[in-house]
Write a protein that binds this ligand. Structure first.
Ligand code: ADP
Length: 328
C-alpha cells in the first residue's frame, strides 16, 4: 500500500510481481514439504492445512494485486486533481495580475485630473482668481475635502496594485535617514491635522539610518498616519517615534482615537475589511490601507504588531532589520 503511494506504476508492478512470485514459491515449497510450516500456534495445525494452501495463496495474491491496483488508481486521480488545481491557481494568479494592472492604469489616469481639480480649489480658496463670498468658500472647502478623500482612496488603490505587482517591481534600497522620512510624511498630513485640531508629536534620532526602500517606508508611514487621523477625534495627539532596538529599527505610530475591538483585531489586515464603526466614522475608506502596510513591511523583512483599546487608542509597532540584506 505504501509503495503504491510513493512509487511509479512500473515500480509497483515489479514490486507486486516479486511479492506474488515469492508467495507462490513459498506456498509450493510448503505444499511439497520442501520447507516446514511454522504455525504460531502449533496445536491448530491440521492435516487439511496442506490441502488448502493453494486456495489461501491465491486469495492472498489476488487481494494484494487488487489493493495495489485500487491504490494506484486513487493516486493517479489525486495527481490529476493536483495538476488541475495548479493550472487553475496559475490562471487565477494571472487574472489577479491583470486586475492589479487594470487598477494601476485606471487609478493613474484618474489621479491626474483629480489632483488638478484640488489645485484649482486651492487657487480659488486662496483668492488668486479673485475675491470669493463666504458661502462660496464654505462650499468649495467641502468640495475640496471630498476631492482629498477621493485622492486618498485612489492613492490607496495605487499602492495596493503596486504592492500586488511586487514580483515585477524591484525595490531599490538605500541608506535612508528615518527622521527625514518621518518629517516628510508629517508634513504631508499637516494641513489635514490642523483642520481637525490634531497634533503630531515625533521623536527620532537625527542620525538614525536604515537600509531600505524609500517608497515602501513612505507607504507604511502614510497609510498608518492616514488611519490615525481618520479614527481620532479632534484635539487628540498622534505620536510617531523611531528608535534602534537590538540592531532592528522600531517605528511606532500611536493615536488616541476610537481603538479596535479585540475580536476585530485578527481581521484588520485582511483585504477590504472595515469595521462597522470605521464605516460610520469615515464613509470613504477602502479597507486596503493595512493590507498594504503589512505587505510593505513583509517586503522589507519586518514585522508589524498592534495594541489597541477601545476609545483609548491604537499603537502600531513596526520592526525592520536595520540592514536589509535580502534583495527586493
Ligand atoms: P480603512 O481605513 O480604509 O477602513 P484599513 O485597511 O486601513 O482600511 O483598516 C482596516 C480597519 O482597521 C479599519 O476599518 C478600522 O476598523 C481598523 N483600523 C485601522 N487603523 C485604525 C486606527 N488607527 N484606529 C482604529 N481603528 C483602526
Amino acid at each position: 500500500m505504501l509503495t503504491s503511494f510513493i512509487f511509479s506504476p512500473m515500480v509497483i508492478f515489479i514490486y507486486v510481481s516479486a511479492l506474488v512470485s515469492l508467495f507462490i514459491a513459498v506456498s509450493l515449497a510448503e505444499f511439497y514439504q520442501l520447507i516446514p510450516h511454522f504455525s504460531l500456534n502449533i496445536a491448530t495445525i491440521s492435516s487439511s492445512y496442506y490441502d488448502l494452501v493453494f486456495v489461501r495463496a491465491i486469495g492472498l495474491c489476488s487481494t494484494l494485486i487488487i489493493t495495489a491496483y485500487l491504490i494506484n488508481s486513487i493516486k493517479i486521480r489525486i495527481e490529476e486533481r493536483g495538476k488541475k488545481v495548479e493550472v487553475e491557481l496559475s490562471h487565477y494568479k494571472s487574472l489577479d495580475k491583470v486586475k492589479s494592472n487594470f487598477i494601476l492604469q485606471v487609478t493613474h489616469e484618474l489621479r491626474g485630473p483629480l489632483a488638478a481639480l484640488k489645485g484649482y480649489h486651492e487657487m480659488i480658496l486662496k483668492e488668486i482668481t479673485g475675491k470669493i463670498e463666504p458661502r462660496t468658500r464654505e462650499t468649495l472647502q467641502r468640495a475640496d475635502r471630498r476631492t482629498e478623500n477621493l485622492l486618498t482612496i485612489i492613492d490607496e488603490m495605487i499602492d495596493f496594485a503596486y504592492m500586488k505587482s511586487e514580483e515585477e517591481v524591484r525595490y531599490d534600497k538605500a541608506d535612508i535617514r528615518l527622521k527625514a522620512i518621518i518629517d516628510y510624511d508629517i508634513d504631508l498630513f499637516a494641513n489635514r491635522a490642523r483642520q481637525r485640531n490634531i497634533q503630531f508629536v515625533s521623536s527620532c534620532p537625527k542620525d538614525l539610518t536604515i537600509l531600505a526602500n524609500r517608497d515602501l517606508l513612505n507607504i507604511i508611514l502614510s497609510n498608518l498616519i492616514t488611519n490615525a487621523l481618520r479614527y481620532s477625534q479632534a484635539g487628540k495627539t498622534i505620536t510617531i517615534n523611531a528608535m534602534e532596538d537590538n540592531n532592528r529599527i522600531h517605528i511606532l505610530v500611536k493615536d488616541e482615537g476610537m481603538g479596535i475591538k479585540p475580536e476585530e483585531l485578527p481581521s484588520i489586515f485582511e483585504e477590504f475589511y472595515r469595521s462597522q464603526r470605521a464605516r460610520e466614522i469615515e464613509k470613504d475608506g477602502t479597507g486596503l490601507g493595512l493590507p498594504i502596510v503589512k505587505r510593505a513591511v513583509e517586503v522589507l523583512n519586518g514585522k508589524i504588531t498592534v495594541y489597541s483599546e477601545v476609545d483609548k487608542g491604537s499603537s502600531f509597532h513596526i520592526y525592520l532589520p536595520k540592514k536589509n540584506s535580502k534583495k527586493g
